[in-house]
Design a protein around this ligand. Structure first.
Ligand code: PMV
Length: 364
């Protein structure tokens, strides 16, 4: 598919008002997306576990205007309160997607949104937030064009979510989603995420992700700035090549269930992501001393217990502790005994692999 395929032809239905609501999860990348081309196209393919507990719920009430507005017409409520400082982000998103959703200026929208995870937990809400918003908007479009197939619906949501925040395109489906052209993954695309199409061993079926909140503050460097620093980065070409190779290796690992190899790929990817940050110009460090303390504790524990617990990181100081279902009791005990002390206010979130976004029933 190409970008043009997402531009609709004239709609055959009209709708004057209504409501739609979705709950969409966050995701955690195993092979990381870091570096983009124009229009939010990734420099390399990435793959993630869809999460379950960390999610955004968004409700959009829409009302057709008598005549299209000059500017986008919308109100935004975050956790029940009007949130003016989120509005520019939504405006930018609407501007990027209007060509694909030409009705945007024909309606007034009231967007109500809330997160399941604590505000300012250092957890990126852009993946769940942008995917929930894209879901609501394409659901409205489906009312204007009821013939839209489910497959096209999912692809279009992912395509639009990507224009809000790259990683958001991996949050629509579960339980493993791949985004970005990869020659050995059939159907893979830079334009949208796809449900991972190959065999996945039972070892990976109910994986856990306990997110340790090491630093709940605002990141010093946004991911937009970080992605841009991959332009002219001295190791960029090699890094993008490595992501392709790691995906090849992961395909084999998902099939065989080899947890030791899984750990090697996932931890290396996490540290490579941060190595890219530390070697860009200007350079920066998002890990905190406690991030490293936790990593060392995990390595020590793994050494002595032969456990299959491992870690990954996103663009921040928090640590995602990943472990298989059959080790959940031992590992969770280890987390409580040895890791929680490194979290800000001892805070953590118990999450696990999830199965994608859900439409919520609207009363009236
Ligand atoms: O979606 P963005 O632009 O916030 O970038 C996310 C980048 C990482 O979380 C660091 C990696 C990834 O693949 O999710």
């Amino acid at each position: 598919m190409i970008e043009k395929d997402f531009i609709p032809s004239a709609y055959n239905h009209t709708i004057t008002e209504g409501k739609v609501s979705y709950k969409s999860p966050s995701n955690i990348a195993l092979v990381k997306y870091w570096g983009k081309k124009e229009n939010q196209l990734p420099q390399n393919p990435s793959i993630s576990f869809t999460l379950d507990a960390c999610a955004t719920t968004t409700k959009i009430s829409f009302k057709r205007l008598n005549k299209p507005s000059e500017e986008y017409s919308f109100d935004l409520l975050f956790e029940g309160n009007s949130k003016e400082d989120f509005k520019p982000k939504i405006k930018t998103f609407f501007t990027r997607i209007e060509v694909y959703l030409p009705f945007l200026k024909e309606y007034h929208f009231t967007i109500e949104t809330s997160n399941s995870f604590p505000h300012s937990s250092g957890i990126a809400s852009s993946a769940s937030g942008m995917s929930a918003l894209a879901l609501c908007l394409v659901a409205l479009e489906k009312q204007l064009n009821p013939e839209m197939s489910d497959d096209f619906f999912t692809k279009k949501v992912s395509f639009l979510a990507r224009l809000g925040s790259g990683s958001a395109c991996r949050s629509i489906e579960g339980d493993i989603v791949q985004w970005g052209n990869h020659e050995n993954t059939e159907g893979s695309s830079d334009l949208f995420g796809i449900k991972y199409p190959y065999k996945v061993h039972d070892n990976f079926k109910r994986f856990h992700d306990t997110i340790l909140l090491v630093d709940k503050g605002q990141k010093q460097v946004s991911s937009t700035v970080g992605h841009n620093l991959m332009h002219n980065h001295p190791f960029a070409t090699q890094r993008f090549k490595q992501a392709h190779e790691n995906l090849d290796k992961l395909i084999a690992v998902f099939e065989s269930g080899d947890l030791k190899e899984f750990i090697a790929i996932v931890e290396s990817e996490a540290l490579t992501l941060h190595a890219m940050m530390m070697t860009s110009m200007p350079y920066f460090i998002l890990m905190k001393p406690n991030t490293l303390e936790i990593i060392n504790k995990i390595w020590e524990f793994r050494e002595k217990s032969n456990s299959n617990v491992c870690f990954t990181l996103d663009a921040g100081a928090n640590v995602h502790v990943l472990y298989p279902e059959n080790e959940k009791d031992v590992v969770f005990q280890f987390i409580k005994d040895e890791l929680i002390g490194y979290c800000e206010n001892q805070q953590y979130i118990c999450d696990r692999i999830g199965f994608g976004a859900k439409q919520l029933k609207m009363n009236a």
